[in-house]
Design a protein around this ligand. Sequence first.
Ligand SMILES: [Zn+2]
Ligand SMILES: [Zn+2]
Length: 481
Amino acid sequence: MTERFSSEPAVRDLLERIARTFVSVLVVADRADDARPLVAWLCERRAADRMHVILATTDAVETAPTPGGVFRIGITSELTRARILRSALRQDPDVVAVEDLAVEPEAIEVYAMASQTGHAVMASVSAPSAREAIAAIERALLEGARTRGDLPQEMVRAILAFAAPLVVRVDAKGAIETIDEVALEEGLVQLHGLVASGKRTALPSARLDKLDAEQTARVEAMKPPAPPELEALHAAMRELYREHVRPTWAPEVGRIDGRLDERDGSRFGGKPVLAPGEEWPRCACGEPMLLALQLRLADLPEKARAHVIVPEGATHLQLFYCTASPCAVQDAWLPFAMNRLVRFLGGPLEVPSETPPIPDSEKFEARSITGWRELLDVPHPEERSALGGAPEDAEEPHALDRWLFPRAGDKLLGWPWWAQAAEYPSCRRCGEKMRSLFQVSSGEEDAWTKAHLPMLFAADGTGHVTQCPAHPDELGFGWAC
Ligand SMILES: [Zn+2]
Ligand SMILES: [Zn+2]
């Protein structure tokens, strides 16, 4: 087995990244109790990242939120794991975690189902090894499916690979022994070692029930891992991507109250700035369009501004989008479709006092962009061969492709995350390949995409505001889902 993350700092980096990513994790130990601190730690980190986390715990405690922001529900004889998981799902959390999962086969089914419906799931399980933990869960799922006769084996295994894509094995002291990636290959569940056995990495564990003021402050102050996080990557990948690494910036958002909506700042939704006397932009169909995105260029991180070619005098970039039917359906994904307006604007600007009645606008909660988090991006697999990288390499950790790079969700610059093939539009004036300025994702509350716009581009499409390098005012916006 190839050891991919050998040094202790690299393993810690990897764990940090797993903690901050919307991925399901199974934590395995000889005794399920030994796995609890890591599950708790992962829960805390995700809660600190503003995810809604529900933890079904074996502690005899009352149902209550912890100082770390994790909502805990005590497992009792009445409140079984399966029952807690079912009722938790009704609260639509981002993450559902459960301690000592395998003691209730029924809970395994609900757990697997939760992972199929857009939730990240986490669990501690008692087993001698990652492989045996996965095998035990697989047996329980297959047994259930066989009894009901409702799912073919291969489907059950696909569900399993989705419900427990990463398995972390810890020792009796809670130190990391192995991290495996679970994949379905030729109909069988396979484990691939990301961290090999023998390299033990201690975790700064925090017990949720014992958070003191200092720990709480620490959880709240947790910052994402600082670049260069690529150190956590496979050495070969690092080499391959070295020249293609780009910075990207994820927006930090807050709610817009009425007062802030009167200002000209960066936002998703809400009121745009317009030239004095300008009418609210309308679609070719006649309906007023929603403001999907407004960037006040002065708000962009200084380093990012160097990568945006700003036409003379421009102070804002705006994306308006018509959600009226059939505009939002027919050919709406095309980069120059009629139901959108992408533009730079500058000069004297004002915020209109009235918002016209816009179809679907009540679905939007306007969000102001309050800051930016600098991250690193590497190209999407779709683009790598064109960049002269190595061909698809079986040794490459799939996890990194699937969950971490390039980053899904709203972001400034970086490498586009493509829902389908890489689709850079060509400039309508010179035919030059356009570049992505901003990636806009859409969908319901979803910590994976971190979408700040509700259903907009089909179900959960991701779009890109693109710019021609030779004609900076030539902007496009296309999406795919
Ligand atoms: Zn329209
Ligand atoms: Zn051009």
